[in-house]
Design a protein around this ligand. Sequence first.
Ligand code: ADP
Ligand code: MG
Length: 706
Amino acid sequence: MNHCCGKSITEVFGINVFNDSVMKQRLPKDTYKALKRTIEEGEELTLGIAEVVANAMKDWAIEKGATHYTHWFQPMTGMTAGKHDSFIALTDDGRAIMEFSGKELIKGEPDASSFPSGGLRATFEARGYTAWDCTSPAFLKEDTAGNKTLCIPTAFCSYTGEALDTKTPLLRSMEALSKQAIRILRLFGNTTAKKVLTTVGAEQEYFLVDKNLYQQRKDLIFAGRSLFGAMPPKGQELEDHYFGNIPDRISAFMAELDYELWKLGVSAKTKHNEVAPAQYEIAPIFTTGNVATDHNQLVMETLKSVAHRHGLACLLHEKPFAGMNGSGKHNNWSMCTNDGQNLLDPGKTPHENAQFLVFFVAVIQAVDEYAELLRLFAANAGNDHRLGANEAPPAIISIFLGEQLTEILEHVEYGKVRACKQNGDLKIGVSTLPRFPQDATDRNRTSPFAFTGNRFEFRMVPSSCSIAGPNIALNTVVADVLCRIADRLEKAKDVHKEVQAFLQESIKNHKRIIFNGNGYSKEWVEEAKKRGLPLIKNTVEAIPYLLSDKSIQVFTKHGVFSKTELFARYEILLEDYVKQVHIEAVTMIHMTKKQMIPAIIRYTTELARSITEVTKIGGISPAVQTKLLSQLTKLLERFDKELDILEQTLYQADAISDNRYEQACYYRDHVFTAMQILRKTGDELEMVVAEDLWPFPTYSDLLFGI
Ligand code: ADP
Ligand code: MG
């Protein structure tokens, strides 16, 4: 569909964004050029320039009906935040005018003491700084009532300069990668590229359920996933939902979603049904890593708000419904020069192939060397329900290359392909190297990390989280390997020999990470163990890797995280896990005590009454009622005991608050286990109790209601 709400896509696209063309139009030439230098080359922004930009931005926003502005930032809650200030200022004679200064544009000082800081910011130093990230354009956010706020994407730091957000380390990691990639490009004779950017396209999966039903489920409201729920008679076994017809109500939702996203300059492109009933996906066209991360936050926020308007609720949780497929994000990632050369594009000439191979093999090496870190940055309590289960990528990191590319690497490894120098250029295996497959469309859906023709697709990323984390990890570890390659090649007397040697060594040492088979199979787990690949089963097991020597070394070396920041993030990750499981446990207790047990008692009372009444008549036996009553009573007793155990474990868990790691382990091993046991009985009860007495909507209602 090309039109929406009476307007064409081109008319609507980016209408609420202070983008390049708006800046070009509204800024004096010199200011525009200076700002572009800051955006593209990282030149410092003077206050004078900021003043002019701020003024133009304010005028633009006010013309479009904005009354407020906010420094839009991404604290370590995984969401976005901002304190809204109006443009209003008073003149000496008490009149209201609209003002917005350069200082206000480039720096904010929110009192940010209630955002997670992992101990980085004591409350007496509650001040946090927000600093404008001019590489991501400002935009107008509209609420349902039509109120508009100018949002200025910003980084968020503590008084002492430590990052308190996800954007700051992301920008640092992009810079680190750029620096090292440029060194490699220079060795290949590229003298013009000024910067290497990461490009990212995030496919987002989500569920939609009816809002009225959603509001009757405390678990969906508080935990974002169902904590109870028996399987419906039909699940996803017929595979009839995937790419199936989109129902009208969902279609109307999607049309408005696209429209809202287009206004924000988010290039929503693909949409379709996913595997599970009520599950869908949206994918934008890729853009630079930083903007893609901001856009993915906007996608998640817009999904929720548009759903709300359509009487729907959007669930972004990794596993909203046990027994059904969960949701993830596919983080498509590549590296691209500022003049548009995709470094993971195999290209057509052998020369291009040599350069491609270095970048390509560097990524493979990085993923193998730092598999634990990638695993960690894709871990959260929600993803623990998916990874390793029989649907999503397994918990073991491996790379899918496809047969052709794997074969090419074998040729390189065994010296069948040689690098040589011709006309001063470095060439690889002119005669023997086959043409790279240009359309290596990946049909392997079981791999957590796949090469898909001209990019890698990191498929483990949790659906509810910011994609900043996985990209920070990816950028940093690739930067690290590129740095070591550059060190080696820059020193080499004969660069082409050294490239050859590096490729052979790297492929030999790291090919264990390449796996083209079925990642869900049991055999793979055994095979991976033999290969020495780390199998990190859950979030709590993954978190300590953040403080491993390897992690501290790589993040500090490239200036992405300081040691202090790593320690802080370690605390936050543990705290986050504990809080999430805690909320789930408490919600389960509430549902059990206040909803399910009372409903079961009502039903047993009904049965007991029926038994008495039927017996009174005489001559007929209330056998079925008696059987049901006895079955229910037994289940109810078990349910009650299991509830007690859950309450006890929760009590125990709270007592270990002085050691976060130990506490997180306890939550995983005891609280979570007790929850699973309680759920099993609860779901059995759901199958026995009369439907009209069951206190909340079931899976059938939720998943097949639309
Ligand atoms: P699939 O469902 O087969 O994985 P989609 O077409 O749904 O593929 O999504 C592919 C995503 O990859 C899109 O967001 C697309 O913009 C993105 N993409 C394509 N090329 C690149 C690239 N060079 N760098 C980063 N992302 C890319
Ligand atoms: Mg994909």
